[in-house]
Structures are given as structure tokens and as C-alpha cells.
Design a protein around this ligand. Sequence first.
Ligand SMILES: *[C@@H]1O[C@H](CO)[C@@H](O)[C@H](O)[C@H]1NC(C)=O
Ligand SMILES: *[C@@H]1O[C@H](CO)[C@@H](O)[C@H](O)[C@H]1NC(C)=O
Ligand SMILES: *[C@@H]1O[C@H](CO)[C@@H](O)[C@H](O)[C@H]1NC(C)=O
Ligand SMILES: *[C@@H]1O[C@H](CO)[C@@H](O)[C@H](O)[C@H]1NC(C)=O
Ligand SMILES: *[C@@H]1O[C@H](CO)[C@@H](O)[C@H](O)[C@H]1NC(C)=O
Ligand SMILES: *[C@@H]1O[C@H](CO)[C@@H](O)[C@H](O)[C@H]1NC(C)=O
Ligand SMILES: *[C@@H]1O[C@H](CO)[C@@H](O)[C@H](O)[C@H]1NC(C)=O
Ligand SMILES: *[C@@H]1O[C@H](CO)[C@@H](O)[C@H](O)[C@H]1NC(C)=O
Ligand SMILES: *[C@@H]1O[C@H](CO)[C@@H](O)[C@H](O)[C@H]1NC(C)=O
Ligand SMILES: *[C@@H]1O[C@H](CO)[C@@H](O)[C@H](O)[C@H]1NC(C)=O
Ligand SMILES: *[C@@H]1O[C@H](CO)[C@@H](O)[C@H](O)[C@H]1NC(C)=O
Ligand SMILES: *[C@@H]1O[C@H](CO)[C@@H](O)[C@H](O)[C@H]1NC(C)=O
Length: 435
Amino acid sequence: MFRMFFVLLVFSTGGGILISKIDNNILIGNISESLWNITQNQCICEMIQSNGIISTLNYFSTNQTCQLFYTNDSSILVESNLNSSLIFTNQSAIFIAQNQITSTTITSSSTSTTTTTTSTTTTVCSQPTWSQTATTIFGSSAGASGSTLSLLYEPIGMYYDDPNNMLIVADSKNQRILRFSLDNPPSVATVIAGSNGYGCNMNQFEAPDGIGVDSSGQLYVTDYFCSQVVRFPSNSNSTTSGTRLGSVALPTLISINQLTNDTYVVSNNDNAVYKFVGGSGSAVVTAGGNGNGTALNQLLGAVGVYYDYLYTNSLYVADSGNNRVMKYPSGSTSATYGTVVAGGNGAGSGGHQLNDPRSIVVDSNGTLYIADSNNNRIQRWLQNTSNGTTIVGGTLGTASNQLYFPETVLFDKYNNLLVSDRYNNRIQMFNLTTC
Ligand SMILES: *[C@@H]1O[C@H](CO)[C@@H](O)[C@H](O)[C@H]1NC(C)=O
Ligand SMILES: *[C@@H]1O[C@H](CO)[C@@H](O)[C@H](O)[C@H]1NC(C)=O
Ligand SMILES: *[C@@H]1O[C@H](CO)[C@@H](O)[C@H](O)[C@H]1NC(C)=O
Ligand SMILES: *[C@@H]1O[C@H](CO)[C@@H](O)[C@H](O)[C@H]1NC(C)=O
Ligand SMILES: *[C@@H]1O[C@H](CO)[C@@H](O)[C@H](O)[C@H]1NC(C)=O
Ligand SMILES: *[C@@H]1O[C@H](CO)[C@@H](O)[C@H](O)[C@H]1NC(C)=O
Ligand SMILES: *[C@@H]1O[C@H](CO)[C@@H](O)[C@H](O)[C@H]1NC(C)=O
Ligand SMILES: *[C@@H]1O[C@H](CO)[C@@H](O)[C@H](O)[C@H]1NC(C)=O
Ligand SMILES: *[C@@H]1O[C@H](CO)[C@@H](O)[C@H](O)[C@H]1NC(C)=O
Ligand SMILES: *[C@@H]1O[C@H](CO)[C@@H](O)[C@H](O)[C@H]1NC(C)=O
Ligand SMILES: *[C@@H]1O[C@H](CO)[C@@H](O)[C@H](O)[C@H]1NC(C)=O
Ligand SMILES: *[C@@H]1O[C@H](CO)[C@@H](O)[C@H](O)[C@H]1NC(C)=O
């Protein structure tokens, strides 16, 4: 996930390209020969000097695209390589998911460039595939539950902390939130909330379910049985008491728009998705809320929510009881009729069906990745298609190619697929194998 920082460094490459900030504009070049001159709110420029080459990433908030290019004394090259890994100031490594040089030698500011980089949690390569066997990165690979700091008991919600390559997991039946590093798995976790027995006090949980983290690092946890959403400060630990963001009846997953702080929470009870506008105040219905049913303004036992603020600016809901995924435009209300973007053909295991879908993530191409929980598989649906395909899983079991009720699906910064394998009490990583 991109951090929205305007970190500007000035480099001088011995008479070569100069990158600097002048007033509110970012200039690449020098005063007499400007190669790039864009306003600050169009672009985030971050850069690193490595092997004599300056690499920069520009993120354009206007169209949510990126340009990667590097400069030498005479050229600006736009490039992406399969294994490129660049460390940016105040930003994590970026995985470059294509393998081609798209453009060379840009000598004027009018030349257009090609978008080549991925943000995390998304995939832009055209034919990504993942290993069919997973590595257990946390918990017991054999599926055993436990309460030590290396075991889990029914993990549900997850949040990937890209800058630190850490995963945060709602370890639901241990009533705690764990965080652990993905750098050298398996690692030992730290408790960052809860682990103070079963209850609804502000340092306790009964059934922590969904996890969100906002742009300032605050942690949001939905507690299903306590029917509340609790917010914890960044750097919380098991002694920290949170504050109640609000009441939501039987809340499940949560999703935060990092640009606006709008916080979306599913009420499994109310067949509705609520929005805390700007992350505060009282919740308003943003999808469903019209009783249970199959109409396009209704939900039935919905569980998952994903607000895609990066690419499609839309709200996606895993409408579990209707075995479908719904999509709503930004700004939707209880009066909005959504569209079915996956499933909706009854519970089943056909390519056109889902069976109790629980979570969704969307990539830069609008492709959906769905934890199809009762089918023990992860499905991919390209935009505007009537069928999905299985990318991992498909049978119930504890083997490394099997799952047992996958709850949350997401991607790390290398586009490896992470799955909370609930009833196997483990977190599985399916590595990206081809792009
Ligand atoms: C700016 O670039 C031009 C063309 O490359 C060069 O002639 C000039 O010396 C540069 N000016 C500075 C201040 O570096
Ligand atoms: C960059 O663009 C801004 C606005 O278009 C302009 O005012 C400014 O003079 C330009 N700066 C340079 C160094 O070209
Ligand atoms: C995104 O916006 C930037 C700045 O306006 C522009 O230079 C770039 O070409 C755009 N990218 C795409 C893919 O439209
Ligand atoms: C800069 O890059 C261009 C394009 O790859 C190359 O032709 C040129 O030799 C490079 N210049 C230097 C000084 O490395
Ligand atoms: C990328 O890295 C993998 C593993 O280190 C290696 O097998 C592969 O050849 C590399 N690909 C390229 C294009 O360098
Ligand atoms: C970037 O990181 C450095 C070193 O950790 C820190 O001092 C600086 O405040 C950070 N800048 C921003 C904008 O976060
Ligand atoms: C994007 O999706 C379309 C179908 O909707 C597909 O043909 C295309 O290959 C996809 N592109 C990428 C980069 O995934
Ligand atoms: C938990 O956080 C509090 C407040 O930041 C701190 O005082 C305390 O030492 C921390 N406890 C542990 C065990 O890290
Ligand atoms: C979101 O919240 C953070 C801290 O809670 C704040 O720093 C930031 O300005 C907020 N962003 C918006 C768009 O309100
Ligand atoms: C749907 O709503 C009706 C009326 O509130 C209720 O009686 C019924 O149990 C609900 N069905 C499901 C599957 O939630
Ligand atoms: C979609 O899946 C159904 C059931 O598996 C199958 O009969 C149908 O041929 C598939 N359609 C396409 C376009 O693949
Ligand atoms: C999966 O990818 C991670 C991150 O790139 C790497 O550390 C790990 O070794 C890979 N695992 C396998 C089994 O290839």
C-alpha cells in the first residue's frame, strides 16, 4: 500500500539530472532543461540512488497509476524487471511484476510513459499463477489449534502491513490480535490487542473477526459477539485499552479507505454494510439494509467487505448467504442497487458458482479474488465474466494443497497469496510462480 508522503530529496548526479522541489512543483531536470514538471498533488516522488542510478517512483493520485523510471546522465528510462526490488525512502520494497523495457530515452516533458509497477495487494501481470502447495507461515501446518505465540485457534481477519512485511491476524478463539513478521517464517507473534480473557471490556474480545489499519497506524477490530468496533492506537499491546468506534450488530469484516478514512463494516445481523464517514460519528448504511433477500438492494448473511480506493473506486461485498459478490459505486446508500459481479447462481462448486464466499480482494485490473469458503478454494473472476477459476485449493484437508474454510485472502508485496485457513488453524502462503 502506498504511503501518501511527499518525501522530496534533492539529488545531484555530477552535472546530470537534478530532481528538486520548486514551490509546489516537482521538477526533474534543471531550470534550463525541464524534463518533468508536475504539481505536488499529482505526484508522489520518492527516489533512491543505487549503483549510480537514481530510481524513482511517481504515484499519481489523480488516476492511481505509477510510473517507474530511472535516470542517468543523459536519459530517463522506464523499465520494469521481474525481480526488481527497490527500497524507497519511507516506503517498503516494491515488487515489479513485469519483465520488459517499455520505453527509453525520454528527452522532453511531453513524452508519455507506461505504467509498470504494482502496488501491493494487487497484481498486474497478465497471467499470474501461484504454487498449488502452500507454506504454513504461521500456526500448525498439521492443523492443530493452540494458544502459544506460535499457534492459532480459528484465525479469521487479516491485515498485511506492507512497509514492515508483517501480518496482523484476528486469532478469534484465543480472543487476541497477533502480529508477526513474514521475513523469516515461521516466526513468533506479538500480541497487539486482547489476550485478557473472554469479555467485552476495551482490552478484551469475545470473537474478534475483522481487522483494519488506517493511514496513521491505528488498529480497528470488529468483535462479533460484543457487537462493537474497537480502535487501538498504533503500537498497542495486550495491556492497551481501545476506544469504541461504535456499535454494529454481529460485525464481521472491515475495510478502510486510506484516502478518506471512511470505514466500512459488515453487519451480519442487519444484512447491511455500514460506513463510519471519515472513521468517526455514527454509522450509516452504505449497502443493503433492506432486510434479507436476493434483491439487488438486499444482502443475506453478508460477511466480507472490500473498498477498492485504488483502482475501481467501488465497494465489494461478499454476500455469503446469497453465494455471490456484489459491487456498489462509491457513495452508495441503502437505496442503491448493486450489481452481481461473481456467483449468484446458487450454492455450488461450478465455475459460475460460489458456496459461502467470505472475503474479496481486487487487483489493478478489477479482477476479483474470492475466498470461496465452503468450496475450500480461492476463486479468481476477471471483470465482466460469468465464470471464475480456481487458483488454489478445492478440496478439504490439511495437506499443503488443501484448505478448510478459508476466511480472508490477500496479497503480500511479492504478490504471494496469503490465506487464513480457519479450521486448519493456520495461515498459508501460496507463492507467486509465474507472471
Ligand atoms: C542544465 O542543463 C543544460 C542542458 O543539459 C546545461 O547546459 C546546463 O548547464 C544545466 N544547468 C545547470 C545549472 O546544471
Ligand atoms: C513548472 O510548472 C509550473 C506550473 O505549470 C510553472 O509555474 C513553473 O514555472 C514550472 N517550473 C519550471 C521550472 O519550469
Ligand atoms: C496518470 O496521470 C499522470 C499525471 O496526470 C499522467 O502523466 C499519466 O500519463 C497518467 N497515466 C495514465 C495511465 O493515464
Ligand atoms: C544512459 O542510458 C542510455 C540508455 O540506456 C545509454 O545509452 C547511455 O549510455 C547511458 N549513459 C550513461 C552515462 O551511462
Ligand atoms: C528471478 O529470481 C528467481 C529466483 O531467484 C530466478 O530463478 C529467476 O531466473 C529470476 N528471473 C530473472 C528474470 O532474473
Ligand atoms: C522517513 O523516515 C525517516 C527515518 O526513519 C524519518 O526520520 C522521517 O521522519 C520519515 N519521514 C516521513 C515523512 O515519515
Ligand atoms: C485484465 O482483464 C482482462 C479481461 O477482463 C484480460 O483479458 C486481461 O488479460 C487482464 N489483464 C491483466 C493485466 O491482468
Ligand atoms: C504496552 O504499552 C504500554 C504503553 O505504550 C507500555 O507502557 C508498556 O510497557 C507496554 N507493555 C509491554 C509488555 O510491551
Ligand atoms: C485520516 O486519519 C488520520 C489520523 O487518524 C489523519 O492524520 C488524516 O488526516 C485523516 N485523513 C483524512 C483524509 O481525513
Ligand atoms: C430473514 O428475515 C426474516 C424476517 O426478519 C426472518 O424471519 C428470517 O429468519 C431471516 N432469514 C435468514 C436466513 O436470515
Ligand atoms: C461456466 O461454468 C459452468 C458450470 O461449471 C459451465 O457449464 C460453463 O460452460 C462455464 N462457462 C464458461 C463460459 O466457461
Ligand atoms: C515465497 O516467497 C517469499 C517472499 O518472496 C520467500 O521468502 C519464500 O522463500 C518463498 N517460499 C517458497 C516456498 O518459495
